[in-house]
Design a protein around this ligand. Structure first.
Ligand SMILES: Cc1cc2nc3c(=O)[nH]c(=O)nc-3n(C[C@H](O)[C@H](O)[C@H](O)COP(=O)(O)OP(=O)(O)OC[C@H]3O[C@@H](n4cnc5c(N)ncnc54)[C@H](O)[C@@H]3O)c2cc1C
Ligand SMILES: NC(=O)c1ccc[n+]([C@@H]2O[C@H](COP(=O)([O-])OP(=O)(O)OC[C@H]3O[C@@H](n4cnc5c(N)ncnc54)[C@H](O)[C@@H]3O)[C@@H](O)[C@H]2O)c1
Length: 465
């Protein structure tokens, strides 16, 4: 006999888990969420929110510094940290109250699957709550990966948690990994006054984006004074007094006050009882377009699943998952391209903004990924600084846009915007891709003068319209 019987139990109350519970509960299902740490998850306290709170002030200062006639003065790091704390204070009582107000049961403790439709929650006081549920949703997020570097476990390396919650700027910071976390935090800390070195074993930074976007970002980081080491791996690290000493495979030795490990993340599925239902612990849960993992009872969303590791995509999966549970509870069918119960956009139009300077805002395919997918494409690019809107926005505006056009269907399948303040420009491209808007129709979508969106017109003209 279970202690609690609900329609839906969600393991993990990050942004994604909370959304599944809310969506299902709002449509009549009873729901409980299990949380071992803070309600709100990694994103609220140790990832998206604090990292952007650190980046916004330095981004704004750089923009002002590029504008003749205005003066930003120096950045006050203490005030930046103080403002970050207002956004990401690790106190989850507000979020817990929200769950309570929404009528969702919060079970604080570690959840483990004990069999089909069964979850046991171990509380901090050693007691256990057994939950029986018609539907079990795994939303346990992800944890940092530690690459095989000798001594890495013994140097008190920073992860995303320490780098986003720090309240001092180290004199120098070594960053292991030139992916999204690495480049965003390199931007923030270099501009807050640290001397940053990024060690990236690939041939370029942020490998998933258009190569020219990565080149512009590298040039900008280097102009800021960041030491970027590409094609290099760290082989060993050790502490020497207050410093971390890192050995690289090219024989070089680096020293830094702190080491940030930003080498990717793995799903939080290692200690979840997956073996009790025949699944392999530690792997991302392979969810289909309806977020289903097994039978009609086990689901996975967010970083714990095989979907894109981004908050907005996790929350998209969460909305779909909630609707799938409600549909199934009524015996209705689910799935189908662009149905409300299918994560179609995961395959066609995943957007991401990298909040560096320049920002990189991209959606859908790059030219290379489209070709790998077997599409016939043509990519065209245009400098945003050559539009009136861009040139007014900042002197010598450095940035560009690229669209990738499927030449068989004459629709856009990918777009990238690079430059100052381009973050919000990507949503227009997302709409064009999801709506499969033909170029002939897009031609009639007139951008306002003088805005940076004029680049859309120039891209279409460059394509030959
Ligand atoms: C530094 C950094 C910056 C980022 N910036 C952005 C950004 O700007 N935009 C963006 O879209 N994405 C960003 N991301 C990615 C984003 O943080 C994740 O995609 C998002 O947090 C995933 O949400 P989630 O709910 O799946 O997992 P999480 O946010 O990780 O939440 C999972 C929750 O599950 C809990 N949990 C785990 N196991 C158990 C268990 N067994 N029992 C009970 N509870 C459990 C955890 O305590 C946690 O609270 C960033 C990531 C990092 C590291
Ligand atoms: N703005 C955003 O949307 C945002 C911001 C931060 C993080 N995130 C998400 O969080 C996730 C994790 O980010 P991340 O940066 O940790 O992972 P990542 O996979 O984006 O990048 C990790 C990088 O580390 C490099 N690397 C791995 N092992 C290495 C080694 N031994 N030596 C040198 N380099 C090594 C890889 O080549 C890769 O480029 C990503 O999925 C990302 O999309 C998103």
């Amino acid at each position: 006999m279970a202690d609690l019987d609900v329609d839906v139990v969600v393991i993990g109350a990050g942004p994604v888990g909370e959304n599944v519970a809310d969506r299902a509960h709002q449509q009549g299902l009873s729901a409980a969420v299990v949380e071992a740490g803070l309600v709100g998850g990694e994103c609220s306290y140790y990832a998206c929110i604090p990292s952007k709170a650190l980046l916004r002030p330095v981004d704004l200062k750089a923009a002002v510094d590029r504008m003749p006639g205005v003066d930003a003065g120096p950045v006050d790091a203490a005030k930046v940290f103080e403002r970050r704390d207002q956004f990401a204070n690790p106190d989850d009582s507000g979020q817990a109250d929200w769950l309570d107000g929404a009528g969702i049961t919060l079970l604080r403790g570690r959840g483990r699957i004990t069999g089909e439709r069964a979850v046991a929650v171990e509380h901090a006081d050693g007691t256990t709550t057994d939950v029986a549920a018609r539907y079990v949703v795994v939303a346990t997020g992800s944890v940092p990966t530690y690459p095989p570097v000798d001594g890495i476990a013994d140097v008190d390396a920073w992860t995303n948690r320490e780098v986003t919650q720090a309240s001092h700027v180290p004199d120098s910071l070594l960053v292991l990994g030139g992916g999204v976390v690495g480049v965003e935090m390199a931007t923030a800390y270099q501009r807050l006054g640290s001397r940053v070195t990024v060690v990236q074993h690939g041939e370029r930074l942020v490998p998933g984006v258009e190569p020219e976007a990565a080149r512009r970002l590298q040039a900008s980081l280097e102009a800021d004074g960041v030491d970027v080491r590409l094609g290099t791996s760290m082989t060993a690290v050790k502490r020497d007094g207050a410093e971390v000493v890192a050995s690289l495979d090219d024989g070089t030795e680096l020293r830094g006050a702190e080491l940030l490990v930003a080498a990717g993340r793995r799903p939080g599925t290692a200690d979840l009882g997956l073996d009790t239902v025949g699944l392999e612990p530690g792997k991302p849960l392979d969810a289909d377009e309806t977020t289903t993992v097994q039978g009609d009872w086990l689901y996975a969303v967010g970083d714990a699943s095989t979907g894109a590791k981004l908050t907005h995509m996790g929350k998209y999966q969460a909305r779909i998952c909630g609707d799938v549970l409600v549909a199934r509870s009524k015996g209705a069918s689910v799935g189908g391209r662009y149905a409300k119960t299918a994560t179609t956009t995961e395959q066609t139009a995943v957007p991401q903004v990298i909040f560096t300077d320049p920002q990189i805002a991209a959606v859908g395919h790059t030219e290379a990924s489209a070709q790998q997918a077997g599409l016939h494409v043509r990519a065209v690019s245009y400098e945003i600084g050559n539009t009136a809107g861009g040139s007014l926005h900042a002197d010598g505006y450095d940035g560009f846009a690229t669209i990738v056009v499927d030449t068989d269907r004459e629709v856009i399948v990918g777009a990238t915007f690079v430059g100052q303040d381009v973050a919000d420009m990507v949503h227009g491209a997302t709409i064009a891709i999801v709506g499969e808007v033909p170029l002939a129709r897009l031609w009639h979508a007139v951008p306002s003068f003088p805005t940076m969106s004029e680049v859309w017109l120039r891209l279409l003209e460059t394509y030959g319209m």
